[in-house]
Every structure is written in structure tokens, then in C-alpha cells.
Write a protein that binds this ligand. Structure first.
Ligand code: CA
Length: 222
């Protein structure tokens, strides 16, 4: 899942980026409001974390521009001031959730999980359930018929994305765009490798290949 973090507090970003990566997000981090306005329009982010007080351009203005251009990506706003006026302004500008600084980083992770589920109309529970597979996001492990299946971070990230889009045809380039940040090399062979590992662990039919088109999550259900 691609995540854009827009935050000019370097110490905070240094803390958040690795935490978000450990939780299975491919993170791009920007400091400047003007850069953020452009970058979110050019890249298919699944979720955005936006600070309001930014150099270059105010976060509220950036958010208003995104919504005016019909960008529908879920946005969680960070506000430094514990002011109701800021929060109201953020929500009116099109924010989906907000968090007041200082916050516990783990709270951000939980809020993002809840926001992603809401965006994908998944019931708000701690375990994702699709196609006969249960995926525990906190522990990053799966289970099939009650039997636990250990996953690497990359496998978890990929399986979560598939489980949030069951039955959808996802091309390799779509997967690469949503699973890897701008720094990492988007080698489509890597995607193939991870898909094959997931099949070995969960069953061959879990992810169907459609020649020349992409992949489709089928789950383990017969
Ligand atoms: Ca700031």
C-alpha cells in the first residue's frame, strides 16, 4: 500500500517512516506543501498523512486543491495545535480523519488501518477476512482454516493489498505502483517471486494469473 507522508518536522518523520514501513506501507516522504500538491496528483497513493503547517504551501490549501481536482485518496490530517477550529477546517477541506500532535506513533498506525478499512468498506475489526484467509495486521501473519501461516514483511504487504481488492484484476504495473515507494526499484520479477511464495504458503489457487493481464485474488474457497 502506497503512503504519502507530508511532514516538515524531520525528527517526527524520521520516527514515522520506519514505523510505517514496518507496518507494511511503501512510504514516500515530502516536506514542502507545493511538492506534495503535485506528487499526490502524479502517483496512485492509497493513503496520505498530511501535516497542516508546511513550508511552501499550507496543508489546508493543498488538501483543498486535491479535492477540487477530484483526488479521492483518504487523507489523515496532522495538526500541531489542539484547536477545534483547525480540525473543523481540515474536515471541511476534505480530510477523512485527523490526529492532534503530540500523538503516540502507534495511534497513527491504528488510525490508518481503520481508515483503509473504511475506504474499502471492510468491517472495522483487527483481522482482515477474505477468501477463506484471515490476516492479522498487528502480527502480520495469516491463517487458513485455523492453521497459522508466517509471512515476511513483503508477503504481508502484498497479501493485504490483494485481500483489500478481492476478485479485482490487478496488473503487474498496478501492483508495483501500489506496493513500492519511489526509491525502490520496481522490478516486476520481484512481484512474481512474492506471488509464488504466497501460493506455496497458502495454496496454488489463492492468486490466479491471467496471461498478459495480471493477477486476481481468489482465496482458498472452493
Ligand atoms: Ca509542520
Amino acid at each position: 500500500m502506497r503512503l504519502l507522508l507530508v511532514e516538515d518536522n524531520v525528527a517526527l518523520a524520521d520516527e514515522l517512516v520506519p514505523l510505517l514501513q514496518r507496518n507494511g506501507y511503501a512510504v514516500d516522504w515530502l516536506v514542502d506543501g507545493r511538492d506534495a500538491a503535485v506528487q499526490a496528483s502524479d502517483n496512485p497513493y492509497d493513503i496520505i498523512v498530511l501535516d497542516l503547517g508546511l513550508p511552501g504551501r499550507d496543508g489546508i490549501e493543498v488538501l483543498q486543491q486535491w479535492r477540487a481536482s477530484a483526488l479521492s485518496t483518504a487523507v489523515l490530517v496532522l495538526t500541531a495545535r489542539d484547536s477545534w477550529a483547525d480540525r473543523i477546517e481540515g474536515l471541511k477541506a476534505g480530510a477523512d480523519d485527523y490526529l492532534t500532535k503530540p500523538f503516540h506513533p502507534e495511534e497513527l498506525v491504528l488510525r490508518l488501518q481503520a481508515l483503509v478499512r473504511r475506504t474499502h468498506s471492510v468491517a472495522n475489526q483487527s483481522v482482515l477476512d477474505a477468501g477463506g484467509i484471515r490476516l492479522d495486521e498487528a502480527r502480520q501473519c495469516a491463517s487458513v482454516g485455523g492453521a497459522p501461516v508466517q509471512l515476511t514483511g513483503s508477503e504481508f504487504q502484498m497479501l493485504r493489498y490483494f485481500m483489500l481488492h478481492p476478485g479485482s484484476l490487478l496488473s503487474r504495473s498496478h501492483l508495483a505502483e501500489h506496493l513500492y515507494d519511489n526509491e525502490r526499484e520496481r522490478d516486476s520479477n520481484v512481484i512474481e517471486v512474492h506471488i509464488n511464495r504466497l501460493r506455496r504458503k497458502l495454496g496454488r489457487g489463492v492468486i490466479e494469473t491471467r496471461r498478459g493481464q495480471g493477477y486476481c485474488f481468489r482465496g482458498t474457497a472452493e
